[in-house]
Design a binder for this molecule. Structure first.
Ligand code: ATP
Ligand code: MG
Length: 456
């Protein structure tokens, strides 16, 4: 990791987190966090995304926000070192998604293999909610709003990262270098990229009910391990067994460490030895499951204990989420400023306007350089906004301003107003600096007005 690395990753609050999340992403996040070799690290709870396929069940999503936060803290994510936030609390993410929608075609979204599978799993074929269909776009916004460079995630997220990268490239190509391309950080151990469920199905997933949850009691875990899918052809102990597609061995590949043999199963020295015996025949499933249960307990026991401690401090957990969301919002707002400037939709942006005016002032233009002509009258054009009772108060203010300008210029003037834009005629020979400072003080003396730009 380099010092300018920005790490970002999240989870949907559709249920408590399971050991698939743990090996696929969570464990790596904690390691990265503790290594400290990054500029910023964000972890977020994707409640808005969870609502895309749970729209009629907001209570479920709300409850699971706190469950996921507890799982984070239980695994060792530390709000002193990283920012933990809730997606829906960052309105900039919706705005960015909206702009991104113009950069992606429907057919491109239809090609996303993860979304295809998920549509099938949810029986959405004939009635896909638009929000669900477009979630890869909103996910691209989640990532790019924080200028994330590195996203630790499981294999199912690969198509999302590809989509995000395409959006970034397209955006930067059209609007200039603004956003940062993200990279997926897959688990180093291949079996952890997509941990299967206890039923042997392709992926352990909250939505499939085939999970071992991080918060589960030792008894529950033991029960699930005992009834786990193994090798259906391995009927008697003496039969040769298969380890391919055998979930017990897949989990051992994901969790077993060399020291576990000395501690829990001294008959063997390595997983390879166990595998070899199983394949040869003579090793029963129950023995292997017993060992797996101990291996899992070694990892899950401390997580369960930390979770119990945090469960006593729920108000503190909410405080952590709120503080994190405030920090995250600031960062996203910075990016959105860049995005709006790049897309030329920052009409009322103070900095932008001031920069423009400063440029004009610096070149010492005369008013005659920026005057325009309406029906033979000379005018200087100012644009400003009123965020209160527009346009009545604007009209009153224009009148006031015009009087002031008239006094300054000592000449008759001409006012033309369209929505939010007023134009004042004046002496084309007045020094622009003088004119601007007059208009400036007139506008700024009333805090409700903000001058935006001087149009040439
Ligand atoms: P849902 O069914 O609601 O989509 P999920 O179990 O797929 O839930 P997500 O919140 O979509 O969980 O995924 C969060 C993170 O965990 C992602 O980085 C994803 O790649 C990773 N992940 C989820 N399931 C697994 C798994 N079985 N193996 C490895 N990584 C996983
Ligand atoms: Mg998922």
């Amino acid at each position: 990791m380099a010092k300018d690395t920005v790490i970002l990753t999240g989870d949907r609050p559709t249920g408590r987190l399971h050991i698939g999340h743990y090996v696929g992403s969570l464990k790596r996040r904690v390691e990265l966090q503790n290594a400290g070799d990054f500029k910023k690290m964000f972890v977020f709870i994707a409640d808005a995304q969870a609502l895309t396929d749970n729209i009629d069940n907001p209570e479920k999503v709300r409850q699971n926000v706190i469950e996921v936060a507890l799982d984070y803290l239980a695994c060792g994510l530390d709000p002193e070192k990283i920012t933990i936030f809730i997606q829906s609390q960052i309105p900039e993410l919706c705005e960015l998604s909206f702009y991104f929608m113009d950069l992606v075609t429907v057919s491109r979204l239809q090609r996303n293999p993860t979304v295809k599978t998920e549509i099938g799993m949810r029986g959405f074929e004939s009635s896909i909610p638009v929000g669900f269909f477009t979630y890869p776009i909103s996910q691209a916004a989640d990532i790019t709003a924080f200028k994330a460079t590195t996203v630790p995630a499981g294999e199912d997220q690969k198509p999302m990262l590809e989509q995000a990268t395409e959006i970034v490239r397209r955006f930067n190509h059209i609007y200039g270098e603004t956003l940062v391309e993200p990279n997926i950080l897959l688990p180093q151990n291949a079996v952890c990229c997509r941990l299967p469920g206890t039923d042997g199905k392709a992926k352990m997933s909250k939505s499939l009910g085939n999970c071992i949850y991080l918060a589960e009691s030792a008894k529950e875990v033991e029960k699930k391990v005992k009834s786990m899918y193994t090798d259906p052809t391995h009927l008697r102990v003496e039969d040769p067994g298969h380890i391919e597609g055998n979930t017990v061995f897949t989990y051992l590949d994901a969790f077993c460490k060399p020291e576990h043999f000395g501690l829990y199963w001294p008959d063997y020295q390595s997983l390879d030895e166990v595998k070899e015996h199983y394949q040869r025949g003579g090793l029963g499933d129950m023995k292997v499951k017993k060992f797996l249960n101990k291996v899992l307990e070694a990892e899950l026991g401390p997580i369960r204990e930390r979770r119990k401690m945090w469960e006593q401090r729920i108000p503190d957990v909410y405080d952590i989420l709120q503080a994190g969301s405030e920090v995250a919002e600031k960062k996203a707002a910075e990016t959105l400023n860049d995005v709006r400037e790049a897309m030329k939709i920052n009409y009322f942006d103070g900095d932008f306007a001031l920069k423009n005016i400063a440029n004009i002032l610096m070149t010492s233009f005369r008013a005659s350089d920026i005057v325009g002509r309406i029906g033979g009258d000379e005018f200087v054009c100012f644009a400003f906004i009123d965020d209160l009772d527009f346009p009545k108060t604007v009209q009153a203010k224009i009148q006031e301003l015009s009087n002031e300008l008239n006094e300054t210029c000592g000449k008759p003037y001409y006012i033309e107003m369209s929505v939010g834009v007023s134009e004042f005629s004046c002496d084309p020979d007045i020094k622009i600096e003088d004119l601007l400072s007059q208009a400036d003080s007139a506008l700024y003396s009333n805090k409700r007005y903000k001058r935006m730009s001087v149009l040439k």
